[in-house]
Design a protein. Structure first.
Length: 530
């Protein structure tokens, strides 16, 4: 039996060798043994039937079993020209064995094994929700501090434009990218399905174009090599009348199973069921619920899942939602409104769209840099996370900006967001918690250990250093820093604040009850226990 091996993600994503099984030979058939690091990708390649419609006619799965007894069944997918693939990301170190099942004799009953070895530096595993339910961490426990951006159709642009986008991201602060599978603006790649005629709506929803998806996953892998999470948006209402988001239920189900099998093993993939789901008129709430159930069943790797709205919030408390993805520009104009979204979602909240920095004539694309950064800081104090994008393009409309096509960042917010990310990474684990927000303290951090106060556009000259806290644990000593969030400076304050009881609810330092401030906008104060 012919055996070959292929590296899937390369050294950057630490993929393992991939076994390949040909259609020749009699059962039992075995593929060669290889290695892959934990949370990498083990890819199995098979050769089978190409006649008829393999996307519909052929079923293929493999069951992976670890030495510890973990058993995971993984669907495969057809990649054109008689080639079938199964991609699996091992969650455990140790030996794994696998066996295939298929209704095609050439693909059925193939077996093999491989070893999952310790992950290399930089491989922390997939991102998951923390046990406290409101933050994110990698599978190895490393905190993930989300500073995201949106670049809808960047992966569908020319090779040169995609390279420019990746070069920009390499120097940018963003660690998550929202990106569409289907085009929404002018793109080089526009046909995820095989075309049946020249019209925009003439295509066969039962036949995927493997070249389109290979091209997309190449961009996906390159994004992962930069350490950036790919928030893959599966549906949207703006596909230039092609109708990709208006397919019949069976076609939607086939599409979800295909992309899950194809992309789901990459540890940096998240699923966003839709962008502005409630603007897709062909689907009702029950349809979205059903599609989530399909996606959960199709995804053995259990990647993060959300959905994004324009008007009507989707209920984030439904069991298939891992975190709330919110569009709301006003919710992060203060920390209390941001925090209330956590109270209702009971899950992590990412305000993925708070309108954008740019010079658009549309109100959703004319924020200044300071206004963009301010929203991130208020979201942080509210215990939530915020997303960025920009719409600078004086010659054309926003479709040709970073938001639509990628390229270069022109705004003033990214360096300030890099500064904020460092503040976040130096902060409490697993993340910043709002501290008694219902009593208007406007503080975040960790009670009795770390407090962060943000003043936004206000320009106070002083701050009453009063902290909430009951009992002896509140009587701590703190050092203070004055943070200029726009000019990106941190100025230590001399001495310490020694807390004593002020009343039944608060503590303060009677020897220095106030902290002098510079009287500029966008100032924050940080108090850290010593």
């Amino acid at each position: 039996m012919q055996v070959s091996r292929r590296t899937v993600l390369g050294s950057a994503l630490a993929a393992g060798a991939a076994g390949a099984a040909s259609s020749a030979g009699a059962a039992p058939r075995r593929a060669g043994r290889g290695t892959v690091e934990r949370w990498g990708v083990q890819e199995l390649t098979f050769h089978g039937p190409s006649g008829g419609n393999p996307f519909v006619d052929v079923n293929l799965t493999a069951t992976f079993v670890s030495a510890a007894g973990t058993q995971i069944k993984v669907p495969g997918f057809y990649d054109g020209e008689g080639v079938y693939r199964i991609r699996f990301s091992p969650p455990e170190v140790g030996s794994w064995r696998w066996a295939s099942e298929s209704n095609a004799a050439a693909l059925n009953g193939v077996s093999g094994s491989f070893d999952a070895v310790a992950p290399t530096a930089g491989n922390h595993g997939p991102v998951r929700v923390t046990r406290d339910g409101y933050h994110f961490e990698y599978a190895d426990g490393t905190p993930f501090r989300q500073i995201g951006t949106t670049c809808y159709s960047w992966a569908l642009q020319s090779d040169a434009r995609c390279a420019e986008t990746l070069a920009t991201l390499k120097a940018a602060p963003f660690n998550k990218m929202r990106m569409l599978v289907f085009p929404n603006v002018e793109s080089v790649a526009t046909n995820p399905f095989v075309r049946t005629g020249p019209g925009l709506g003439e295509w066969d929803p039962s036949r995927f174009d493997p070249a389109y998806f290979r091209r997309y996953e190449d961009r996906l892998v390159r994004l992962g090599a930069l350490g950036i999470q790919a928030d893959v948006i599966l549906f949207h209402p703006y596909d230039s009348k092609r109708g990709y988001s208006d397919m019949k239920r069976a076609d939607d189900e086939r599409y979800l199973r295909y992309v899950s099998a194809r992309f789901g093993a990459y540890r940096h993939v998240w699923w966003s069921m839709a962008n502005e789901y409630d603007a897709i008129e062909s689907k009702k709430m029950a349809d979205w619920d059903h599609l989530f159930e399909v996606l959960v069943a199709a995804d053995p790797h259990d990647r993060l899942r959300s959905i994004h709205q324009i008007h009507t919030y989707y209920d984030a408390r439904k069991p298939w939602i891992t975190h709330a993805s919110i569009q709301n520009g006003a919710a992060v104009l203060d920390d209390v409104r941001a925090e209330l979204h956590r109270d209702f979602a009971l899950k992590p909240v990412i305000f993925d769209e708070v309108v954008y920095e740019g010079n658009s004539t549309k109100r959703w694309g004319w924020l200044t840099g300071p206004e963009m950064v301010e929203r991130f800081w208020y979201g942080l104090i509210g215990g939530t996370y915020v997303g960025h994008s920009e719409t600078y393009n004086a010659a054309r409309n926003a479709d040709y900006s970073w938001l639509g096509q990628g390229g270069k960042l022109l705004g003033s917010s990214p360096p300030r967001l890099a500064f904020l990310r460092k503040i976040m990474e130096d902060g409490p684990v697993p993340g910043f918690e709002p501290i008694q927000p219902w009593w208007n303290y406007h503080l975040a951090g960790k009670p009795n250990a770390y407090f962060l106060r943000y003043f936004g556009a206000d320009q106070p000259r002083e701050w009453d250093v009063v902290l909430p806290g009951k009992g002896p644990d509140a009587l701590q000593r703190y050092r203070a820093d004055i943070i200029d969030t726009w000019n990106m400076t941190i100025t230590p304050v001399e001495g310490v604040f020694a807390m004593s009881r002020k009343n039944d609810y608060d503590v303060h330092d009677p020897a220095r009850p106030k902290l002098a401030l510079p009287g500029r906008p966008y100032i924050a104060v940080r108090l850290v226990r010593v």
